[in-house]
Write a protein of this length. Sequence first.
Length: 598
Amino acid sequence: MWTLYFRAGPDSKPPWNTLGQARSFSNHFNSETCFQKIQEWAKLCEESHAHPDCKRDASAGLPQRVIEISVDSEGLGSVTLALRETNGEVGRYIALSHCWGTIPIVTTDLANIEHMKQEIDLESLPQTFKDAIHCAHKLGINYIWIDSLCIIQDSTSDWEIQSSKMASIYANAYFVLVAASADSDAKGFLHERPKRYQGIPLEALEGSGVHEVMVNHTMPHPSGLWKVRAKSVMLDSQVDRRAWVMQETVLARRVVYIHTRRARVRHFDQSDHQSRQFTSYRGIKQSDLAGDYPTFRAMTIGFSFFRQSYEIDVHTRPFAQLHSAECTYAEWRLVIVPLYTAKRITYVKDRLPALSGLASRVKDYLQDEYIAGLWSGDMPMSLIWYVRSNSKRPAPSNYMSPSFSWVSLNKPVVYPALHRQNEFGGPMYSSPTVKVLEANTSVKGSNPFGVVNDGYLRLEGLTRPLSLILDGVESKIEVGSCHHDLAWYPDTPLVAVNLAPTNGDEESVISVNRSSKPADPSQQRSQVTVTCVLVIERPHVEETELCQSYDEYALLVLGRLKSRPEVYQRLGLVFISLEPAVAEKWVAGAEMRDLLIV
């Protein structure tokens, strides 16, 4: 659907009092007007914004390598390029955020690095790199950081070292330049604005020859800046669908987006478009995450407090202000993880490295242990993620992380938003029975937030055996006729497996494991007993005219692992609501157990 706006031209007096005035901006992104506007935005941010990151010295520590842009001494305007080892020097630089695409591009490797230090041929670079270098030159910035040129691409050790420094690389850049309109490096981004956004001049009085009115197609704006489904300049571009871009833009002190429709700068205090000014970036506070359930759409469990985190409409920037540990944990669960996992990543092994910069920043604040995408201090809350869709997509064939972490799946995941408050201001949920005894992961290489080798979780909690029915590609949990409502979220297609006798079993038993293969429609119907751990409970949801009183529970569903029957693998998450009298008996019948999950 098209929305058209009629305004007086930028240089015309409105012929009618009710007609607004069109703003004047360049119709080409490679124009002096556009570069001047970017300089004005950056200067305004640097000189007048209150956020400490906006005011921080523009000349920060340079990354280990940058591309140096030198202008010819004869003043002819041509530039020369070279890869520069900085050795701890300081300076002002731009970091480029881009979409590589499928066409091979020039990269730095062990064979050519010495040559790259001597000279980089500008004409050999893809158009996006040329445009970025042109931007830096026009803005008077002598250094630019481009990942494919500043990281040795065929050196595992250098890649690990540089990926562990992403937090400082993007945070210290004068700004991050996002080539939002280019779905590959061959495309470039300094193009003419589409005609429909430039505006069509019209005569207010037919035949007058005076074009006082302008009509143009509206430029879409986000209804919620960090709402996963919002259509904004950030979310409606190929480059922002990349998982790596999440940290590249969140960590930056300011970000310049150049899209097909407009240029935009985003910083910690506010966001400016060529078409309007946007919202404040004050950071997420507890008040954003609390409130009664009508604030957000309820999940499938009636009027449950288990709201879907991806529905939260937060007009603010993640981690702009770190107000408290509680808010930081909640922001990680409710904003970062859902947004990040909804993005694409070319190599699934990069799922942790592509988030390592953000993890590094959060660790600096929390001083907490990072466990494959989860935070130790946020357990057991961090365990109750679930797959919102694509549950029939198989588990990765290669090991990604322990099954208790969302990193073990290459799928969009969300957390329930558990931040309703009681009349005393405290949380209306609790986890009185679960105790995390031990959680640990080991990482490969030198990036402490990078790829993991293995890991485990030992917890003690109340458990109930429940029936899991497998029938073709479908699975469902049965509690019996006692439950008020139930929502089951399997992590992957599930498969029945035979376990060898162990720990006193007289004969082989059947368990359920995740499947690394597509769901099999021919899988015979079977009923298997699985172990469920009560992680979160919400007692006595008040009775209303629309629903009766009930207690709610979130339970991890576990299956004994075929290769190691003494340990468990996470299979999914189930939410159950029970009438209070039934719930009391149901919990009383639970068994306290010590479980090892891998």
